[in-house]
Write a protein that binds this ligand. Structure first.
Ligand SMILES: *Cc1c(COP(=O)(O)O)cnc(C)c1O
Length: 366
């Protein structure tokens, strides 16, 4: 038998979450954001589960190439555009839309246009206050006119820094004001909203929304409670099994550094999942793990440091658990956001870090 760890990808949950985006942004077209191998879910999963999207947004040409090879004929947006001049030919051969966010990219397109009449679909990126990618409002219009003069289709894009927060600056309202001024009177479609804006700022959607995390059923804030109202379904379940059980006497320690000390005689379950699978090494004692029992299953807390290939849990809540009992590390019973919060991070980081060594299975029933 193989090592029992498995990431199950619930295809129906992908379809459900994409429909939720359609309901929340009925007028908009959808760039499903699938960078980082579909937030760790693998490209084959998103291609099947999100097949009804209008386009996929990603970073790497090799991912665009893979989607085209599989027969994807919809749009593909390169979220960071071209990294070097030699990517242009391939990007066009793959019929990608390009984000243009810096002068070097504009110059590159001008040089290219000198010997090619190829019209390109561009999303020109405005830095409306996040100060990461994009052109300052003072030069944005100039860039627009330069690209437009080359005969390209130029649409407008910006990204919100704080659509998941209240009153943190720059606010969505401030960024929207900046955007409206910058694009005033210019033709072209707009792309504004990430998941947080789709959930909480539906006056700031634009013609193309860019949901990422909500498609995977997690919260933009990293707090599972925050998306309770949105009726999203977690797509990934990371499961494994108990592969050993230790019987401890009171006062004995568990694992590296002896972080956990048994307060009484108790059983410790050893699970085949560690940080080399993507489980956060910083998960403290008490982080919840769901264990299948003869009843409906119970939550057992982590006891002892997470190691490369294993975690250890306190089995006092699960007297009938045994070697071979199923566990869920995150997914349906324990939200990934909850595990992440215990470890001081957000669900995004956990799912994106799912290790290549973890096998992935696509589950097609609901
Ligand atoms: C990653 C990304 C998104 C998706 O963000 P979520 O918070 O996952 O919805 C949208 N737009 C851009 C430019 C991104 O880089």
């Amino acid at each position: 038998m193989n090592r029992p760890i498995l990431a199950s990808i619930h295809i129906e949950a992908f379809k459900h979450n994409l429909n939720r985006v359609r309901t929340l942004a009925p007028e908009a077209q959808i760039w499903s954001v699938v960078k980082a191998a579909g937030y760790g879910h693998r490209l084959e999963s998103v291609l099947e589960g999100l097949a009804d999207t209008d386009g996929f947004a990603l970073l790497d040409l090799r991912d665009a190439d893979w989607l085209r090879t599989q027969g994807w004929q919809g749009r593909i947006l390169l979220l960071e555009g071209l990294f070097s001049a030699n990517e242009l030919t391939e990007a066009l051969a793959l019929d990608c839309d390009l984000v243009v966010h810096c002068q070097e990219q504009v110059t590159l397109l001008e040089a290219f246009a000198a010997h090619s009449g190829h019209a390109i679909r561009i999303f020109l990126k405005l830095n409306s206050g996040m100060n990461r990618l994009g052109f300052a409002p003072t030069i944005y219009r100039d860039m627009y006119h330069r690209l437009h003069a080359l005969g390209h289709q130029v649409d407008h894009m910006t990204h919100f820094a704080n659509a998941d927060a209240i009153d943190q600056k720059p606010t969505v309202g401030e960024q929207m004001d900046c955007f409206s001024k910058a694009v005033e009177g210019l033709s072209g479609k707009t792309s504004l909203a990430n998941s947080a804006a789709i959930l909480w700022h539906r006056t700031a959607l634009g013609d193309w929304v860019r949901p990422g995390i909500m498609l995977y059923g997690l919260s933009p804030t990293g707090l599972h409670e925050d998306i309770a109202h949105a009726n999203l379904k977690p797509v990934m379940s990371l499961t494994s099994e108990i592969i050993d059980i230790q019987h401890l006497a009171a006062g004995e320690h568990v694992g590296y550094g002896g972080r956990y000390t048994a307060p009484q005689a108790m059983r410790i379950g050893v699970i085949a999942c560690g940080y080399a699978d993507g489980y956060p090494r910083h998960a403290p004692d008490g982080t919840p793990v769901w264990v299948q029992t003869n009843g409906t299953g119970v939550i057992c807390p982590i006891a002892g440091r997470v190691s490369m290939d294993m975690i250890t849990i306190d089995l006092r809540n699960a007297p009938d658990a045994q070697i071979g009992s199923q566990v869920e590390l995150w997914g349906q019973k324990v939200p990934a956001d909850t595990v992440a919060a215990a470890a001081g991070t957000i669900g995004y980081e956990l799912i994106c870090a799912l290790a290549p060594r973890v096998p992935v299975e696509l589950i097609r029933k609901s």
